[in-house]
Design a protein around this ligand. Structure first.
Ligand SMILES: [Zn+2]
Length: 166
């Protein structure tokens, strides 16, 4: 069985595509929302960090086709260790001051969301390769729609925020 982003993948289908789009939107929206609501950083960095771990999704397809392929979806890319590596790279690049902070908020939210979805992630990789999954409802479409409605309501109720322009 091949799990793509918590979805039991049995072949390409419209359902799988729509499900994947919704799951992706969830990560982007929540990363954006957290940074927008709780920091002064530009929320695009939260959206980017929220999306980033899923650049390994193609690994899931590849490992389904080629058994020798060493990387999988929700492998090391979906771990706190890899998040720290990304932060070090961002700081090393000297990239626009402290964008690693909103990036990490987005990235971390991705790890938490995936923990609350089928499959979970390896929180303690490489020490312990157990996948931790709790109460897996996060990528259920009904739950995602409720989250979107909740976020929209909060955005309507909150005063508009200013953020740093980078
Ligand atoms: Zn993910």
């Amino acid at each position: 069985m091949n799990i793509i982003h918590g979805f039991e993948y049995t072949g390409l289908s419209v359902n799988f595509f729509l499900w994947g789009v919704l799951a992706t939107v969830t990560h982007v929206v929540i990363g954006w929302f957290l940074v927008y609501t709780f920091t002064d950083y530009h929320p695009k960095w939260g959206a980017f960090g929220g999306l980033f771990p899923d650049f390994d999704v193609p690994f899931g397809f590849a490992s389904g086709y080629w058994e020798w392929f060493p990387f999988v979806h929700r492998g090391f890319v979906h771990t706190p260790v890899f998040m720290v590596v990304c932060v070090i790279v961002l700081i090393g690049l000297g990239y626009k001051k402290k964008v690693w902070i909103p990036f990490s908020i987005g990235f971390f939210s991705h790890l938490v969301i995936d923990t609350f979805s089928h499959g979970g992630i390896m929180w303690f990789w490489p020490v312990n390769k157990t996948f931790y999954e709790f109460f897996p409802v996060a990528h259920d479409p009904e739950v995602e729609i409720i989250i979107f409605i909740f976020i929209i309501l909060i955005l309507i109720l909150l005063p508009k925020r200013d953020y740093l322009n980078y």
